[in-house]
Design a protein around this ligand. Structure first.
Ligand code: NAP
Ligand code: ZN
Ligand code: ZN
Length: 376
């Protein structure tokens, strides 16, 4: 089994540290990928800090993975060595439930295998994500990365991109649609670009005055710093769809009341605690609140091809893996433009930086899986 280096949280709220572990040997349908870039999604932080109370440790986060195929299994037909490929938020699913059959593997009924903080379909082998040198994934859960897209800018499309593309498509955004985006973070950055490319008129709601210029540059027609006393009057019945990407609880009702008759606010941000919803704004115009989770493999490929056709990538800042703990603090402190993306070339391959590995007691000495066994 190939030994891999990664960065892991060993406990909830712990700093990420260099962590050595094993990937499985390549099976007939597997693609082995050398990871080149991995985006930092706010979900990585929520989970490593156990904010959704479902975390397992040690945790190697990362589900916006771009890399180069190093090896393919004997039965692989869709990829070859040297291809640039992507992996998103899940690496397997049951493949037989109604939702998997419909290409909606993100909603797999028995549960898909999340790229990290989950298990393989055997229900016990822990999955480990893209803050690592290398990953092995069944070809059915691997995406083709369009060669025209810069890999560091395309990495965030694999979670942030599909998470906002899917609801824009589901609620049929097109020319003339009036779309509101709440929160101009990693998801919001791509959401404005995608909605514009679909022909929508976009309004951005932010709580950061300094993001006005960025929003307008991305193509937004209007920008409101929230809370805002004029917005209720100016945008009354003014929006068809709102995509709420905010990672903390906010007053959802103040946005719902901006929707037209039958308009929908889709929640994609996942705050750690509940946000209140008042009845009256819903009743006042038969409005809906909905949720949406990432997207299926086919739709993710469609999104990547749409991005290639419209030349869309995320705005990114590339960081080294050694800076990841500070980078996470910047995300939490809302001190990022677009996405931070880790250049995985900065992560030493196993055996090349024994000193750093030994420093935290994970060096050549302990056997693979030492941490898991130590916990048993
Ligand atoms: P992010 O880059 O941190 O962006 C979140 C944005 O929320 C910030 O840029 C900020 O925008 C706003 N915000 C942050 N703190 C705030 C506060 N105290 N009050 C008001 N607004 C605040 O995070 P992300 O990676 O885009 O992820 C956003 C959320 O989506 C996270 O909760 C993540 O877990 C979730 N997510 C869900 C899915 C899914 O499948 N549904 C997939 C990926 C991520 P402004 O400064 O513009 O207000
Ligand atoms: Zn994510
Ligand atoms: Zn399923």
């Amino acid at each position: 089994m190939p030994r891999v280096n990664g960065y892991a949280a060993l406990e909830a709220r712990g700093r990420l540290v260099l962590f050595a572990f094993d990937r499985r040997d390549v099976r007939p349908h597997d693609v082995a990928i050398d990871i080149t870039f991995c985006g930092i999604c706010h979900s990585d932080i929520h989970q490593a800090r156990d904010e959704w109370t479902d975390s397992a440790f040690p945790m190697v986060p990362g589900h916006e993975i771009v890399g180069i195929v190093r090896q393919v299994g004997a039965s692989v037909t869709r990829f070859k060595v040297g291809d640039t490929v992507g992996v998103g938020t899940f690496v397997d699913s049951c493949r037989s439930c109604d939702n998997c059959r419909a290409g909606l593997e993100q909603y797999c009924i028995p549960g898909n295998s999340q790229t990290y903080n989950g298990t393989e379909q055997d229900g016990k082998t822990p999955t480990r994500g893209g803050y690592s040198n290398h990953i092995v994934v069944d070809e059915h859960y691997v995406l083709r990365m369009p060669p025209s897209l810069a890999p560091q800018g395309a990495a965030p499309l694999l979670c942030a991109g599909i998470t906002v593309y899917s609801p824009l498509r589901h609620w049929k955004v097109g020319p003339g649609s009036r779309v509101g985006i709440i929160g101009l973070g990693g998801l919001g950055n791509v959401a404005v670009k995608l909605a514009r490319a679909m022909g929508a008129e976009v309004t951005v709601f932010s709580h950061s005055q300094r993001k006005r210029e960025e929003a307008l540059r991305l193509g937004a027609r209007r920008f409101y710093v929230m809370p805002n006393v004029d917005v209720a009057e100016e945008l009354k019945y003014g929006l068809d769809l709102i995509v709420n990407t905010v990672s903390v609880p906010i007053e959802w009702s103040r946005y719902i009341e901006l929707l037209r008759l039958d308009g929908t606010m889709v929640i994609v941000g996942i705050p750690a605690s509940p946000a209140p919803v008042e009845a009256m704004p819903l009743i006042g115009a038969r409005r809906c609140v909905a949720g949406s989770g990432t997207g299926g493999i086919a739709e993710t490929q469609e999104m990547l091809d749409f991005c290639a056709a419209h030349n869309i990538v995320s705005d990114v800042e590339v960081v080294r893996i050694q800076e990841v703990n500070e980078a996470w603090n910047r995300v939490v402190n809302n001190d990022v433009r677009g996405r931070l993306v880790i250049d995985m070339a900065s992560l030493p391959a196993p055996g090349l930086d024994e000193e750093a590995v030994t420093d935290i007691g994970l060096g050549p000495g302990p056997a693979p899986g030492w941490w898991r066994r130590a916990q048993e």
